[in-house]
Design a protein. Structure first.
Length: 197
């Protein structure tokens, strides 16, 4: 093959690859916002809190946005994704929720070297859009344990669940409903924790 023919072949391959790349549209990427809940909190503590990464089943432990067309089936919101794995995102937003109160000594995640008084251990059981039966709502359920880090004793446990209607039919409307539901859930978790410390 001549040098000119090789150059023409490489140019054709490069053009083909560019054409293929331009055909695939990247998915829309979403985040949940950090709750602004300082005004709802009373009192203060010098305690230091550790927020462990939540556990979750595989369908939730990903960057997919879960849709439940029936109680027994799972789908994902088309052309959409979270900006990170959901448990990691929930963990960091809970840290911000406690920080936003301005009423805790310190709050962080494992590996930050805090002298921990309490661990907040969570399990994400639901974080989904429920479209079963023709309805459309965001459902969040998070189980929380408050663990004394000094003696390993669980101080209290509670399951927090929130349902928020979806207002609209675009992907952004579904995510906005999940965001509102998480805002309420995180506020409840913070208020419950602060009352126990």
């Amino acid at each position: 093959m001549t040098s000119a023919a090789r150059s023409a072949l490489f140019a054709a391959l490069a053009t083909g690859l560019c054409s293929c790349a331009s055909l695939s549209t990247p998915p829309d990427t979403y985040e949940i916002s950090a709750p602004e809940i300082a005004a709802a909190q009373k009192g203060a503590t010098r305690a230091q809190l550790l927020i462990a990464e939540p556990t979750a089943i595989k369908t939730l432990d990903s960057d997919h946005i879960v849709v439940k067309p029936t109680p027994y089936t799972v789908e994902f919101l088309g052309n959409s994704q979270w900006s990170d794995r959901l448990p990691r995102m929930v963990q960091l937003r809970l840290v911000q929720a406690f920080e936003n109160t301005g009423r805790v000594g310190a709050v962080g995640v494992p590996g930050q070297g805090l002298a921990i008084d309490w661990q907040i251990v969570t399990e994400i059981r639901q974080f989904e859009i429920d479209v079963a039966g023709g309805g459309r709502s965001a459902k969040i359920e998070i189980a929380v344990k408050m663990l004394n880090d000094r003696n390993g004793v669980v101080r209290a446990t509670r399951v927090f669940d929130t349902v928020e209607p979806v207002r609209g039919s675009a992907n952004g409307d579904y995510v906005a409903a999940l965001d509102r539901a998480f805002d309420r859930t995180a506020g409840d978790i913070v208020a419950w924790t602060m009352a126990l410390i």
